[in-house]
Design a protein. Structure first.
Lengths: 396, 403
């Protein structure tokens, strides 16, 4: 039933209607993977806008960038598949929320911003972490609860963070990261640096009150906050039409401009994020709705087939898959051959397998780690009792 | 530290109804009772009429300069300055905002209105709208925003207009404020201060008379302190702002007008330390916030009856200063806890458990805990009075324990 409501708008394949760089002669094809000559690609789906002018559908990119999209997305896809099998073999426990199908969002966003712009998201954060420069082995170690993990094994799947890349996590409670994200934007405005914050949330979280509270403050104080709704059409088991009276999430900001983007098209995502960043720095917050899809269920405990048909999932996979889309783009523009792309995928697969193996070998945290990082500069959690040795904490 | 409690027409504790309670006259404690750990703030002194803040500032040579200059130290002048508790909080906040440009204040009506209890009065004019932020009424969101800002290195002071309103922000305080340092493996610190008035006031009604320290005490990763005098209010405010950990500073609605002389020079109070209010030999009375004054009132009666209570203001609600408490228990062997929290699951309950666990061998009698009743605070004045612990009950309890 959900199938009829899910609009499969992108029945057409990408039509590169205007290319400024003509297909290169075969003699030069070997060198194209590092070619940064600008190419302009037109997005398949137009943007829909609310209270603003939509950006142009012509995206400026380059061969090397599209190739990097392919590689990064392939890596993310492989990581999630590997996490799936690790979970089934009980090396990953608890909750594991996988991002496969939504990779275009992570890579497209990264292409439009710098590592000084902040990103904060919820629990479906593995690929966003990777996009921010996280290492595969750190991700797998964290998933398996090892010391090497990005949060020392103490966070788990839902708590990946990378401070030096301005990646603020990684949050388990739906919607709670939205005020945090507006706080990050506030800090950016406070410090007067020209950076923005991308606060990601899902279609389920879009009904949280704190979103509207935070959006009100962000609009009132002109904060450089970009709220990105990753609309994968299901809040766990509940489809958007069953949870939202108005599923036009980009319009629900009301007084805040919004943009609806085809979230399976990495180039469209890049264009939208670039536009949003410029907008936020000048005019305050903006809401982006990314129309995307997840192949797995909500988490590994959810088969993902009780509330949607298998045909729907495979239909989206055939028609809208982000990696396939980029592959077709690369092939049609003669940027790479089939074989080269397949080799790349093999490399990526090996990379991921190596990382998994390495993570499996890495040690679990020491027992003393139970009490570390509770407080900063304290008398020690264990000795907060009657036997504490230090009496005073010296403050600055 | 003996706080000056002025009876009569002066404003300090006019909220106490002198008809119902023993009139809180000027406390003349024996010299031995005065704590000598910090600068002496004794000194007689006429009841200075409440000066306006700006006048006091000019007296302290801060004048209208954008950056406050440090006042002459009392080493040279030899005296402190007298102020009310909310002014002490404001002084501490202002000094820290001068000292560190990362400190900002956010809350409802803290800016242009000056704060509903005047703690932030004048700060918006001095520091501007970006550092003293008037938020809309959305505790969940602005607490979350403060925490998000703290993740990047800002040091927000988040004010809940009444502590009870922060229940709406419980998720942010528990999950993000308390836990992010741990779950991020130490990558992020959350140096926020969450403060606001709580406790039972004067017929404010059930929803505005809540004691949230009992709800927050289990949250791992936060520290909780309760101030009770202008001296420790300013000291704890400054320490809380400088601390790298999230600190919840509990103030009390009825204590804002306490007057005391505090030192001119800069000082901070230790966040994890309890305060010895009155050394004694017979029994240890542990208390905090407003109940300290009920205890001191009962102490007068007890002294007249021949008892020698040791009164400790625990100040640090999380973690407990079991070092000071333990040493006291070892000396007196009897413990009475007097608190304003509810009986069930309150600070007293945790403290009783901690003392029993750690100092059982030193106890000659079971730990007794006097708490508020497990009822929503009624509006009627007489009923409200019976909800909280009164000095007479404290006297009875001590007599019972010391048999």
């Amino acid at each position: 039933m959900a199938l009829s409501r899910l609009s499969l708008r992108s029945n057409r394949f990408l039509q590169p209607s205007s290319t400024t760089a003509a297909a290169l002669p075969s003699s030069l094809r070997r060198h194209v993977s590092t070619d940064t000559t600008p190419i302009t690609i037109e997005t398949a789906v137009p943007f829909e806008s609310h209270l603003c002018d939509a950006p142009s559908r012509s995206v400026e990119t380059s061969s090397s960038e599209i190739l990097s999209f392919f590689r990064d997305m392939a890596r993310m896809r492989r990581m999630e598949i590997a996490a799936d099998s690790l979970y089934k073999s009980k090396l990953i426990r608890g909750f594991c929320h996988l991002y496969d199908g939504q990779e275009a969002l992570a890579v497209g966003m990264e292409a439009a911003i710098t590592r000084k712009d902040a990103i904060i998201t919820s629990y479906r954060d593995h690929c966003t972490f990777l996009g921010r420069g996280g290492e595969l082995v750190d991700a797998f170690s964290e998933l398996m609860g090892r010391k090497r993990g990005c949060s020392n094994g103490k966070g788990g799947s839902m708590h990946f963070y990378k401070k030096d890349a301005c990646f603020y996590g990684g949050h388990g409670i739906v919607g709670a990261q939205i005020p945090l994200g507006c706080g990050l934007a506030f800090a950016q405005k406070y410090s007067k640096e020209e950076f923005v914050t991308f606060t990601l949330y899902g279609d389920g979280a879009a009904n949280q009150g704190q979103l509207f509270e935070a959006l009100n403050i962000a609009a009132l104080w002109d904060l450089p906050a970009i709220l990105v709704c990753e609309n994968n059409h299901y809040g766990m088991g509940t489809a958007t039409w069953r949870s939202a009276k108005s599923p036009a999430y980009f319009k629900r900001g009301d007084y805040v401009p919004g943009l609806k983007v085809d979230g399976m098209d990495a180039l469209a995502v890049k264009q939208a994020c670039k536009f949003a960043k410029e907008h936020a720095l000048k005019n305050g917050p903006i809401v982006l709705e990314m129309d995307t899809y997840r192949y797995h269920g909500h988490s590994m405990s959810d088969p993902g087939s009780t509330y949607r048909t298998r045909d729907e999932v495979s239909g989206v996979r055939q028609v809208r898959d982000p990696i396939e889309r980029v592959r077709k783009l690369l092939l049609s523009h003669d940027i790479a051959t089939e074989k080269e792309l397949k080799d790349m995928e093999k490399e990526v697969r090996k990379e991921v397998d190596d990382a998994v193996a390495q993570a499996k070998e890495s040690p679990v945290p020491e027992p003393s780690e139970l009490f570390t990082n509770m407080y900063v500069k304290d008398c020690g959690v264990e000795s907060f009792g009657a036997d504490r040795k230090e009496l005073k904490v010296t403050l600055a | 530290m003996a706080a000056r409690i002025h009876g009569g027409a002066a404003t300090a504790l006019s909220t106490f109804n002198p008809k119902k309670l023993v009139a809180p006259s000027r406390t003349n404690l024996p010299a031995a009772a005065r704590s000598s750990k910090r600068c002496i703030v004794a000194g007689g002194g006429s009841d200075a009429s409440k000066k306006s803040l700006s006048v006091r500032h000019s007296q302290k040579l801060i004048a209208n300069a954008a950056v406050a200059t440090k006042a002459e130290t009392s080493a040279t002048t030899g005296t402190g300055h007298e102020l009310l508790l909310f002014e002490a909080l404001q002084e501490g906040l202002e000094e820290e905002m001068d000292r560190d440009p990362h400190v900002c204040v956010m809350g409802e009506d803290v800016g242009h209105y000056g704060g509903s209890y005047k703690v932030t009065k004048g700060l918006a004019d001095k520091f501007g709208d970006l550092r003293v932020l008037d938020t809309p009424i959305c505790e969940n969101a602005f607490t979350g925003m403060g925490i998000g800002a703290a993740m990047t290195g800002l040091r927000p002071v988040i004010e809940g207009m009444n502590m009870g309103f922060l229940l709406l922000a419980f998720n942010q305080i528990s999950n993000n404020c308390g836990m992010l340092h741990y779950t991020s493996g130490g990558q992020f610190t959350i140096p926020v201060v969450i403060r606001g008035p709580g406790g039972v006031g004067r017929q404010l009604g059930a929803e505005h008379s809540q004691r949230l320290e009992s709800y927050f005490q289990s949250i791992p990763g936060i520290q909780m302190v309760a101030c009770s005098t202008p001296y420790n209010a300013k000291g704890l405010m400054k320490a809380a702002i400088r601390s790298e950990n999230p600190v919840i500073l509990f103030e009390h609605v009825l204590l804002y007008n306490l007057k005391e002389k505090i030192p001119d020079e800069e000082y901070i109070c230790n966040l994890e330390e309890a305060e010895m209010v009155r050394p004694g030999e017979h029994i240890t009375i542990l208390t905090y916030s407003r109940m300290r004054y009920h205890v001191m009132q009962a102490a007068k009666t007890l002294v007249n009856k021949g008892y020698d209570p040791e009164v400790i203001d625990i100040r640090s609600l999380k973690p407990f200063d079991l070092y000071t408490i333990g040493n006291s228990v070892k000396k007196t062997h009897r413990v009475l806890i007097v608190e304003e929290c509810m009986r069930t699951g309150g600070i007293g309950a945790s403290l009783t458990a901690a003392i029993n666990e750690n100092f059982h061998d030193y106890l000659d009698a079971p730990v007794m805990c006097l708490s508020s009743q497990d009822v929503p605070t009624p509006y009627a004045g007489t009923l409200e009075e019976w909800t909280v612990v009164q000095p007479a009950q404290i006297v009875t309890a001590v007599e019972q324990l010391c048999q």
